[in-house]
Design a protein around this ligand. Structure first.
Ligand SMILES: Cc1cc2nc3c(=O)[nH]c(=O)nc-3n(C[C@H](O)[C@H](O)[C@H](O)COP(=O)(O)OP(=O)(O)OC[C@H]3O[C@@H](n4cnc5c(N)ncnc54)[C@H](O)[C@@H]3O)c2cc1C
Length: 547
């Protein structure tokens, strides 16, 4: 066990908390907790800051996940790797898939040793592809990191990174939401594990996922990758936030008059549903579930059925209205570009893990149903935590003696009262108006993307010429800023990919183009840029699989 800090200065009269540590982990979901655990296991002092309460915040905690857990049997592994390559537009890499499969296998077995209650079949064999008891999973992770000496600051979103004179990342600053106290953590290295960006669409667990990590990383000069693959939409009852899709396997979809919608489905027929939703409501009923299946479904994912119970609807016999909620990069694949196997970014001292990092390496341009993301979260967190600890330990005691400065500019409060203020809620509505509509983001066109990007650029200029309205709005203002930045990388990349590949459907270019068999790297804040990048271990282009 390591002692947590060199020093902790808390001064309640100035409401300011200062900490020093080796590794600062920003986030509190599976990727953050695995990063924190492994950094501490290397002997590093670790601080973890979470916007919510670590163990309940983020996409995993309330959802539960299937995991890409495949025993090390060559045939099973080959089948697992081959299964999604075409869907992802062949932008994944086998070497990354192999190491994620290996690490996930090890980590989930470790979870079992730690006491996670994996379900067992009739023969008593554990079913390790399921982390559906995610509250148990995350509670266990919190317990493990606390025991390992990690200092956790709950309800303490990071607002900006700190860098030293050379531009290496050296910590972060943020706010403690429950007290209003400001915090500064000086660190040898930082892991960004802030999840993806779902643009506050009310999808389950996504209320805290506003792309903050992308913004902070980009301010430090980090690059994004695959931001065109950021338009994941998930089915949910129109009256609830539960975007879990498994049960719709037993659904029939209907028009308002009760006529069945041919070809509609949760996986393959989602576009059909989206097209109809553009003009009229769509209903579903889980009427394909036999009484035996219904009995099973009533016990497997309790949170799926809860909103129905509350509404007094029996989803197995009664039709209910559905909608498609944007989950952005949470179940998309874009994120911060990582440059090597340690999950380092292009910026020294900065690592990225989980949904904050690009998942193209294992999924290409599409994640499909669950499992890869959860595997990536545990594996990338594990590697990023380890590497950040080694990096920080090499810096030694010099690390926290560096002179540092905060990097945040847009929507960071200053005392410059001559600057105009902006209304974060209005900006958020403005972004949502560009990214939610199916006929803009799911079915993309050159015209629609260009127009949206123009309006998003205007929103960015408005933010840049303003400052956060008040101290109380500091967090929301940065969230609004992060969402605008994310949407701009997303649409700038989508405009550059003049083809249809992975989840990026371009109506003007409906085919996959072998000449665009590359990744798209993007970045920049005032000036957004996008450039192609060759795949390191490219495989031959194959035929497009239509979703
Ligand atoms: C309904 C649903 C079902 C899903 N099912 C599956 C599945 O079956 N299989 C699968 O593989 N994947 C699934 N996913 C995706 C999976 O949940 C995510 O890939 C996974 O949660 C990513 O983990 P993470 O730690 O990177 O991010 P999250 O779990 O989203 O955690 C992000 C954390 O960062 C914190 N944070 C955000 N901003 C800040 C900030 N500024 N400062 C400090 N902290 C911050 C948040 O509070 C949160 O604790 C599902 C997602 C949803 C929404």
């Amino acid at each position: 066990m390591v002692s947590a800090y060199q020093s902790e200065l808390s001064n309640s009269s100035t409401s300011f908390l200062e900490l020093e540590t080796d590794v600062l982990v920003i986030g509190g979901g599976p990727s953050a907790t695995w990063a924190a655990w492994n950094a501490a296991a290397q002997g590093a002092r670790v601080v973890l800051v979470d916007k919510g309460y670590c163990g309940t915040s983020g996409a995993t905690a309330p959802s539960g996940t299937g995991v890409w857990y495949v025993p090390p049997d060559p045939q099973q592994r080959e089948a697992a790797m081959a299964s999604r390559e075409a869907l992802g537009g062949f932008l994944s890499e086998r070497s990354w898939m192999e190491r994620v499969l290996d690490q996930t296998y090890t980590n989930l077995n470790k979870l079992s040793d730690w006491g996670y209650p994996f379900p067992v079949d009739d023969e008593g064999n554990p079913h390790r592809r399921s982390l559906q008891q995610a509250h148990d999973y995350m509670r266990l992770m919190r317990k493990k990191i606390t025991k390992a000496g990690v200092k956790i600051l709950d309800h303490s979103p990071a607002l900006e990174l700190l860098v030293d004179a050379q531009g290496s990342v050296a910590g972060a600053k943020g706010i403690r939401r429950q007290t209003g106290e400001r915090w500064t953590v000086r660190a040898g290295a930082v892991v960004i594990a802030t999840g993806g960006c779902a643009f506050l669409s009310k999808a389950l667990g996504c209320n805290v996922l506003t792309g903050d990590g992308y913004l902070m990383a980009a301010e430090a000069g980090a690059e994004m990758s695959g931001m065109e693959f950021s338009n994941a939409y998930a089915l949910s009852p129109a009256f609830s936030s539960v975007t879990k899709g498994a049960y719709y396997r037993w659904a029939t979809f209907y028009y308002e008059d009760g006529t069945e919608i041919e070809g509609a489905g949760s996986q393959k027929g989602r576009s059909i549903i989206a097209r109809i939703l553009l003009t009229q409501p769509v209903y579903a009923c889980l009427d394909k579930a036999t009484p035996e299946i219904q009995a099973m479904l009533r016990t497997v994912q309790h949170n799926f059925l809860l909103p129905f119970y509350r509404m007094g609807i029996d989803p197995f016999t009664q039709r209910f209205p559905v909608t498609l909620r944007l989950e952005g990069t949470v179940r998309g694949t874009g994120g911060i570009r990582i440059v090597d196997e340690t999950c380092a970014t292009t910026v020294k001292g900065l690592y990225a893990a989980g949904d904050a990092a690009t998942r193209e390496l294992i999924c290409g341009g599409f994640t499909g149903g669950g499992s890869h993301n959860a595997a990536w979260a545990t594996s990338s967190g594990y590697w990023a935590g380890e590497a950040a600890a080694i990096y920080a330990q090499k810096l030694g005691t010099k690390a926290n003696q560096r002179s540092v400065r905060g990097l945040g500019e847009a929507a960071i409060s200053t005392s410059n009262t001559s600057r105009r203020s902006f209304n974060p809620s209005e900006v958020i509505k403005g972004v949502q108006a560009e990214v939610f509509p199916y006929d803009r983001n799911m079915f993309r066109t050159e015209k629609g993307l260009t127009e949206s990007l123009g309006r998003l650029d205007d929103l960015w200029k408005e933010i840049r010429n303003s400052e956060a309205v008040s101290e109380e709005q500091a967090v929301q203002a940065r969230e609004a800023t992060a969402m605008v930045a994310t949407a701009r990388w997303m649409y700038a990349s989508a405009l550059e990919r003049k083809e249809t590949r992975g989840m990026h459907k371009h109506l003007d270019y409906p085919e996959q183009d072998p000449n665009q068999y590359h990744r798209l790297v993007s970045g920049g804040l005032d000036q957004v840029w996008v450039k192609p990048q060759k795949l390191k271990n490219a495989i031959k282009d194959r035929e497009l699989v239509t979703l």
